[in-house]
Design a protein around this ligand. Structure first.
Ligand SMILES: Cc1ncc(COP(=O)(O)O)c(C=O)c1O
Length: 511
């Protein structure tokens, strides 16, 4: 369980209760219901300012811009705060483009990433004057065609795919950590290889309606160390050098190094998903061998071993924003000089997602049931009113969020339990974690849930999704209302021949 004590944290504990800014989390649950996603406006703004300050310090040669990745949290109120802070915006989809334009970002600092990009998305992007980051050979013709039709010049960047050959530690993302980072980055869909760049680069330079303004890369959070970032920046600089030379001495006006910086408490924990089953797996041979003892002695022996299995969230902090900034800017400046790329006036952009939003958000959930089993093995299950289907972003990446029992922050940890969600799946939100003396009605706060979780919730089991609250000092406002059952069923349509009673209740639009 977390000790909430980071100095720059929006969280604090007062009289045994968790506060976010000046709001008591227990009071938030009372007012807005459970479960609840909660964001701190102040934390979000401070995160942006820290990134900006740290990267500007390391990049004195030209302008610098933070473009938070909208995919991590595209809620309009959140995007409005970021626009208000003077950020740009990294977007992926037409929907995110709509949110970004409504939020009021300066279009020249909006970068449209991703594959595939539909023709109307490309058309609207050029019309809006945003940057298109080219990530496929095919989209080049569509960009030229749309720009010609609009009578506008499309400003584009090429997304490169440099091999990080200096960093071959295992990747946190894939296959139980058995794949080296450089290979994991190469098999990911993002980016264009050198030969793909050569298939489009020289053509783009000749186009009247398309202007190449720079380069982009994003390899993501395969590893959180600054060593990884140094290797990544070196690889990016070398690839830019190779491309610039092949394009006859082209000089970029802007470069974008993507996102992937870790959240300070770093809930990413490949060990999480595997450690517990692996430890149980190690019991397998033993559990078979113990059969000779007979059933009750075997269970007694196994119970003692299983008692020793405890999973803990990551307790080592990630590098700081300042350390990431120094590693990236220092390496880039040195390596770009070697590649004869002029950094004077060159704009540096970064696209942090998790590191901007992660620790600005918490998730509050209520304990609904407690199952304590003692025979044949000792095992505790604490059932809460949220579900892993509202944490799919983190499930995919094997997160184990740190946590606090929000109404028992001062309590001793006296036991351990699986924290289980409300869906009909196993829904093992947290396997075998230490707990205080838990009671029905207690509030559990999962920390660092501000990135990717809220925006990837699903309606499994026809469950209406929870509400989202923004906290500003001692004020709390709803920024996304709780879904109703009607919302969940709104898209469903019964074909004519399945309708039994044409005068009966409404499901979907055609009845
Ligand atoms: C192009 C691009 N930029 C930025 C990000 C944000 O990454 P993170 O949230 O790890 O910082 C992503 C995430 O997938 C991405 O694809």
């Amino acid at each position: 369980m977390a000790r909430v004590s980071r100095i720059d944290d929006c969280l604090s504990t007062r009289n045994g209760c968790l506060f976010i800014e000046e709001c008591d989390t227990i009071d938030l649950i009372r007012r807005f219901g459970s479960p609840l996603f909660v964001y701190s406006e102040d934390q979000l703004r401070r995160n942006v300012r820290r990134f900006e300050k740290a990267f500007k310090r390391g990049w004195p040669d030209g302008p610098m811009k933070v473009l938070p990745a909208a995919k991590a949290n595209w809620i309009p109120a959140i995007q409005r705060i970021l626009a208000d802070e003077g950020c740009g915006c990294d977007i992926y989809s037409p929907g995110e483009l709509t949110v970004a334009l409504n939020a009021g970002f300066d279009p020249q600092f909006v970068s449209v990433n991703g594959v595939p990009k539909d023709e109307d998305h490309i058309f609207r992007s050029i019309q809006a004057g945003v940057r298109i980051t080219i990530d496929s050979v095919e989209e080049v013709d569509a960009i030229e065609k749309a720009a010609r039709e609009l009578g506008q010049v499309a400003k584009v960047r090429l997304r490169l795919k440099p091999a990080i050959s200096d960093f071959v530690d295992h990747s946190d993302f894939v296959a139980e950590g058995l794949v080296p980072t450089d290979i994991a980055a190469m098999v990911y869909k993002g980016g264009l290889s050198f030969e793909q760049i050569m298939a489009v680069g020289p053509r783009i330079l000749k186009m009247k309606e398309v202007e190449l303004v720079g380069f982009h890369e994003h390899h993501g959070r395969h590893d959180r160390s600054t060593r990884y970032w140094e290797a990544q920046m070196k690889a990016f600089a070398k690839e830019m050098g190779r491309v610039c030379q092949a394009l006859g001495g082209f000089q970029p006006q802007e470069i974008d190094i993507g996102g992937g910086f870790a959240i300070p408490r770093d809930p990413f924990n490949a060990v999480t998903d595997y450690s517990e089953p692996i430890q149980l797996g190690a019991l397998y041979a033993l559990s078979k061998a113990l059969k000779v003892l007979g059933s009750s002695r075997r269970y007694r022996a196994l119970s003692r071993l299983i008692d020793g299995i405890v999973t803990k969230p990551n307790q080592t902090p990630a590098p700081t924003i300042e350390e990431y900034a120094a590693a990236c800017t220092g390496t880039l400046r040195r390596e770009l000089a070697q590649e004869r790329i002029n950094t004077k006036g060159l704009m540096l952009q970064i696209e942090p997602g998790r590191a901007i939003h992660g620790d600005a958000g918490i998730h509050l959930t209520t304990v609904r049931n407690i199952k304590r089993m003692t025979v044949p093995i000792r095992w505790n299950v604490v059932v809460v009113d949220t579900t892993e289907f509202w944490f799919t972003g983190g499930r995919y990446e094997h997160h184990l969020h740190d946590y606090v029992f929000a109404n028992k922050t001062d309590s001793e940890l006296v036991d351990k339990a699986d924290i289980i969600g409300r869906s009909c799946y196993g829904d093992r939100l947290m396997p075998a974690v230490p707990i205080p003396n838990v009671e029905v009605g207690d509030t559990l706060a999962l920390l660092d849930t501000g990135a990717y979780q809220e925006v990837s919730m699903s309606n499994f089991n026809a469950m209406p999704r929870p509400a989202t609250i923004l906290v500003t000092g001692d004020q709390a406002s709803i920024i996304r209302r709780r879904e109703t059952e009607e919302d969940v069923l709104r898209r469903d349509v019964l074909p004519e021949h399945l309708i039994r009673d044409k005068t009966a209740g409404v499901i979907g639009e055609t009845i």
